[in-house]
Ligand binder design. Structure first.
Ligand SMILES: Nc1ncnc2c1ncn2[C@@H]1O[C@H](COP(=O)(O)OP(=O)(O)O)[C@@H](O)[C@H]1O
Ligand SMILES: [Mg+2]
Length: 279
């Protein structure tokens, strides 16, 4: 696949729900589009996708319709016909919505995603929003990705266990570490677990920390356009802009190396070491 790809593909993935994947994916798409890039956002949360809800869109056609057209006559396939456009002010980007019914969502094939990425390769960026599963489709999305933005909210031991399992799984599938960007959302919210402890469990520092701002996130979703398009400045929208700049090398990237495991850490660290054999 890699030789056929000319778009930069950014996947927003996580091992938990409700932690900001769709919020981040829509903001990445909007920020890139705002900077003049052509962007297509695919909602791969096929059963419970929120992209169109977050952007207040009522699409006519979905990925299921695109798959049908690809099956019927791949040579005649025109990807542009299946796009829904989001517009706000001077900024616009394309979306491929998830199927309308659960039944249709079960039938979406990984091969369709591969064909779509080829058919959409005139876009500068393709963004995948995903659900929290390692399905065939999501593994294909990860395979096709230039950058895997692995999002987490590290405030709860089971969530950290799943984060560690997911992160180790990506390594086991041989995704190069420099493709994986660990991003902590709501990083400064009140929590009992220290970021340093989570980093020690993962053996990697977070690439980026997004601040907690429930009201701004909620307001942007209620208004129906991504926070970065609100204009003005607040810590969360500024952080989102910087993150996108860093992901796409618009700003100087500082590669964060893992800290040597010097301290023995608190209870959570030894508990995790027992669970994962010290990785
Ligand atoms: N940095 C943040 N601070 C506060 N709330 C946030 C932040 N990012 C996302 N949220 C909120 O988290 C909720 C879940 O976000 P969503 O993107 O739907 O999660 P997911 O796609 O992972 O299920 C939304 O209500 C959103 O407003
Ligand atoms: Mg979502």
């Amino acid at each position: 696949m890699a030789d056929m790809r000319s778009s930069i593909v950014i996947t927003v993935f996580s091992t938990a729900s409700g932690i900001g994947k769709t919020f981040l994916a829509t903001n990445i798409a909007a920020e890139l589009a705002h900077h003049g890039h052509s962007v297509c956002l695919l909602d791969l949360d096929l059963q419970f996708g929120d992209v169109c809800n977050y952007l207040k869109l009522e699409p006519q056609l979905t990925i299921a319709d695109a798959q049908l057209a690809l099956e019927r006559s791949p040579d005649q396939f025109r990807a542009d016909h299946f796009l829904t456009t989001f517009r706000h002010g001077d900024t616009s980007f394309a979306i491929i919505p998830p199927p309308r019914t659960l039944l249709e969502s079960y039938n979406i094939q990984s091969g369709t995603l591969e064909q779509l990425v080829v058919a959409l390769n005139h876009f500068d960026f393709i963004i995948f929003d995903t659900p929290k599963i390692f399905s065939d489709l999501i593994l294909t999305a990860l395979d096709l990705s230039t950058i895997i933005t692995f999002l987490c909210v590290a405030d709860f031991v089971p969530a950290i266990k799943n984060l560690k399992t997911g992160y180790d799984t990506l390594h086991r599938f041989s995704y190069e570490d420099n493709r994986i960007r660990l991003v902590q959302n709501r990083s400064d919210s009140q929590k009992l677990i220290l970021t340093e402890d989570v980093e020690q469990v993962l053996g990697k520092q977070f690439y980026y920390n997004l601040p907690n701002d429930f009201m701004s996130a909620k307001r942007s979703i209620e208004r129906g356009y991504p926070l970065v398009l609100e204009g003005g400045s607040n810590p969360l929208s500024d952080s989102l802009r910087l993150l996108v700049g860093q992901l796409t090398n618009r700003e100087t990237t500082s590669t964060v190396e893992p800290e040597p495991e010097t301290q023995s850490g608190g209870g959570i660290i030894s508990w995790f070491k027992g669970l994962f054999g010290g990785r």
